[in-house]
Design a protein around this ligand. Structure first.
Ligand code: GUN
Length: 280
């Protein structure tokens, strides 16, 4: 039987740590403030943004909410970011992605002051991670490192295989595992014989966005499996990129969906917001 890595409990611990730190900062007269920008009314984005604002409230972080209409121009959005960059009372700026067609996401990310980029998406922060310098780290992969560490799973010297090479998860995940002295392989849609590569993994991180793609044949006995995916199946039930039923009996530890990686993203966003006070 695999150990189930409990993202709900671990994310709650991190949030409590953030809450205590925010309270301590308050006694020094320091308020943590996050500006959250959503353009348009994509329902999934509305849920994510709502959860981020709720987490801020719970922890004691002030959140400023900007809900801009779908037809907002890129110039208008860049003006708002510029204004928030200049405000000393705003520590963090988050622009919810995806943005409507016609807005250049890269230009928007680049416009955010890297010292306020609590998502860790700005090229300066990505570059800092790449060369081992301090900076904000993308929340989902940073959360996965916390899941591993707080579950007592060593990374050093392990064969780590990342499935997926997105800028938000796969690439920063690989860099973080490397920083922890893992031996890292990144696989993607053009990888030849994916099964042969994933079967080598002591730690397998799956972020490909395909429901139940990773079945037992992809997994080595005793591996640790981290599932970043979240989908709704035909019965409207949540499932991940990993076929939990067939993979769980094989591995030593696995994250469930829901309740694994998902809750960690917001916990690490809160952590980055708290950090932003010392960076700004
Ligand atoms: N859209 C999906 N995930 C994220 C995230 O972590 N940050 C932002 N800003 N947008 C997202």
């Amino acid at each position: 039987m695999a150990k189930i890595i409990d993202g709900k409990t671990i994310s709650a611990q991190i949030k409590e740590e953030c809450k205590a730190r925010v309270a301590e900062l308050k006694t020094q007269g320091i308020t943590v403030c996050l500006a959250v920008i959503q353009v348009g009314t994509d329902p999934a984005s509305t849920v994510y943004v709502g959860n981020k604002k709720k987490a801020c409230e719970y922890i004691g972080i002030k959140s400023l909410s900007y809900e801009l209409p779908e037809e907002t121009t890129q110039a208008k959005l860049l003006d708002l970011i510029e204004e928030l960059n200049g405000r000393s009372d705003v520590n963090g700026i988050l622009v919810q992605l995806p943005l409507p067609a016609g807005i250049d996401e890269d230009a928007v990310i680049r416009a955010i002051d890297p010292r306020k980029d609590v998502d860790g998406f700005h090229p300066q922060n990505v570059g800092a991670l790449c060369i081992g310098q301090p900076g904000f780290v993308s929340c989902t992969p940073a959360g996965i490192i916390q899941l591993l560490k707080r579950s007592g799973i060593a990374i050093e010297g392990k064969e780590c295989v990342v499935v997926g090479r997105s800028n938000i998860v796969g690439k920063p995940m690989a860099l973080l595992l490397l920083r922890e002295n893992g031996t890292v392989t990144v696989t993607h849609s053009r990888t030849k014989d994916l099964k042969a590569v994933t079967k080598r993994a002591d730690i397998l991180v799956v972020a490909i966005g395909k429901p139940k793609f990773i079945t037992a044949e992809y997994v080595k006995k005793g591996a640790v499996v981290i599932d970043v995916g979240i989908h709704r199946n035909e019965q409207n039930k949540l499932c991940g990129d990993v076929d939990f039923e067939t993979v769980e009996p094989l591995c030593s530890a696995i994250t469930p969906v829901p309740g694994g990686v998902g809750p960690m993203t917001i916990a690490m966003l809160m952590h980055n917001c708290v950090e932003s006070v010392s960076i700004g």
